[in-house]
Write a protein that binds this ligand. Structure first.
Ligand SMILES: [Zn+2]
Length: 476
């Protein structure tokens, strides 16, 4: 008996030692990187990556927002109007008329659209007679095949069709790439694990169904006794439209309003028109709606509430636009404008103007990009040195790659991640094969991403980190 216990204890100790050894071994194999110095007597650089960054959700309100983002809801807006929210990235809106249905937008994939349709079928079995695309972004159009059984007409602006020909045609490879990067999914095998998975299906390989009726500016139609007025506004996308149903005092606002500072400029895409966006918001305000059905959030109701929110939204957008144009006309560089322009406090404290999706600094950059050229008039960027030339000189001046990397590692330890990234980039540009520089950079990028309060920013940093690690053939 005694012997058995001793053997058992010895066995357990052996296992514990084995696990410990395995841990130490994998830890060393994965974690520590070193670099043989350029100058023989200099110290070898040893880089131990920092612990994985933690995803910070600082306030209860933001936690509430994240939780709300994951809750699938069929919302009744008013009689005969329903929003399917959070089944996918985009909403589907269903509007009942006496003998049929109008479907506004169809989400980014058939799988989510099918779930939505089966929920809608619990409410009504009327045939779908009309589909309307508010605009041509993928999260609004790719679920369409699911709603085609009754052969509905499909309405969009003519500009949306032009937009789709470009985006789904000759610009498509780049668009797919930029989407992967923005959503944080580039080179996924080398990325940090996602902190939360909101469980959306994505949109690769979906089928586009083209509109059958297109128009410029304004279009109206009656389905049974319900009048639909479609106004082309632009803004979120060229050819974007809003829908006004006078009998219901309802506006479908497309993507002109969602609970974040508007995404006036998506960093990797052509800059959007703030002028159109502002005019679109003014159009909605002028209709004095009692109900507002947006394409990425739940509805708003009450004329006064809608007026207040959209008024603030319009004024904040106009403020950033006007200040940026002022800076352009004063001859400021984009960097000067970015550091000068801040949204006034009366806007920043509003929950629906927080920079969760769009950002003020990105809006400023987008407006510069849209209304001016690439040259800033300062001489330096007119005909710059080839990439790598200046970094090589800087490395020479500073005493070698090791010096710069050691400095980058120190910056990273202090939490100065942007500095660490830029220092590592000097080495990467001069010597693209320096894996350690890419790994150092990747961890600071992850820290920047996990510290961001903006969904797109998180995605951009996560992707950039993964792309650097892939080039270094290093998995986190
Ligand atoms: Zn959208």
């Amino acid at each position: 008996m005694k012997m058995k216990i001793i053997i058992l204890i010895a066995f357990i100790i052996l296992i514990l030692i084995a696990v410990w050894l395995l841990n130490v071994f994998t830890f060393k194999r994965i974690q520590i990187l070193s670099r043989t110095p350029d100058i023989p007597e200099a110290a070898t650089i040893q880089y131990t990556p920092p612990p994985r960054p933690k995803f910070s959700i600082p306030s209860r309100q933001q936690l509430g927002n994240v939780m709300a983002m994951m809750k699938k809801t069929i919302e009744k807006v008013t009689d005969g109007v329903y929003i399917a929210n959070n089944y996918a990235f985009g909403n589907v809106i269903m509007i009942e008329t006496s003998s049929g249905l109008v479907i506004v937008d169809t989400t980014e994939n058939a799988k989510s659209a099918r779930k939505i349709l089966s929920e809608f079928r619990k409410i009504t079995d009327k045939p779908i007679k009309t589909i309307i695309y508010t605009h041509g972004h993928v999260d609004h159009i790719f679920g369409t095949p699911v709603f085609m059984e009754d052969r509905p007409q499909i309405i969009s602006t003519r500009t949306t069709v032009e937009f789709l020909k470009r985006e789904q045609g000759w610009m498509n490879p780049y668009l797919k790439l930029s989407r992967r990067i923005q959503s944080g999914r580039a080179d996924e095998a080398y990325a940090m694990k996602m902190p939360i998975d909101i469980g959306f299906e994505g949109f690769e390989g979906e089928t586009l169904i083209w509109p059958t009726i297109t128009f410029d500016g304004f279009y109206s139609f009656k389905q049974d006794d319900t009048l639909f007025e479609l106004y082309e506004t632009g803004g979120e996308a060229p050819g974007h439209l809003i829908i006004w149903i006078p009998q219901k005092k309802l506006v479908v606002s497309g993507d002109l309003f969602y609970p974040s500072f508007p995404n006036l400029s998506t960093p990797m895409l052509a800059a959007r028109s703030p002028e159109d966006w502002i005019k679109g918001l003014e159009k909605i305000i002028s209709l004095n709606p009692e109900y507002l059905a947006p394409c990425h959030a739940l509805s708003l109701s009450g004329a006064e509430e809608i007026l207040t929110r959209l008024g603030n939204y319009r004024n904040a957008t106009k403020y950033v636009f006007d200040e940026t144009i002022k800076a352009i006309n004063q001859g400021k560089t984009v960097e000067e404008a970015v550091s000068d322009i801040r949204l006034p406090e009366n806007f920043t404290r509003l929950p629906y103007l927080k920079e969760y999706y769009g950002r003020v600094d990105w809006a400023v950059r987008g407006i510069y990009h849209r209304y001016t050229g690439w040259y800033d008039g300062r001489g330096t960027n007119l005909n710059p040195l080839p990439s790598g030339h200046l970094p090589r000189e800087i490395i020479k001046l500073s005493g070698g790659v090791d010096k710069i990397l050691a400095y980058a590692i120190e910056a990273q330890k202090r939490g100065e991640h942007q500095l660490a990234v830029e220092l590592a980039d000097i080495v990467i540009k001069a010597h693209p094969d320096e894996k350690i520089a890419r790994v150092i950079k990747s961890y600071s990028l992850d820290y920047l991403g996990y510290g961001a309060q903006n969904l797109n920013m998180f995605g951009f940093y996560r992707s950039a980190a993964a792309m650097e690690r892939k080039k270094a053939d290093y998995k986190p």
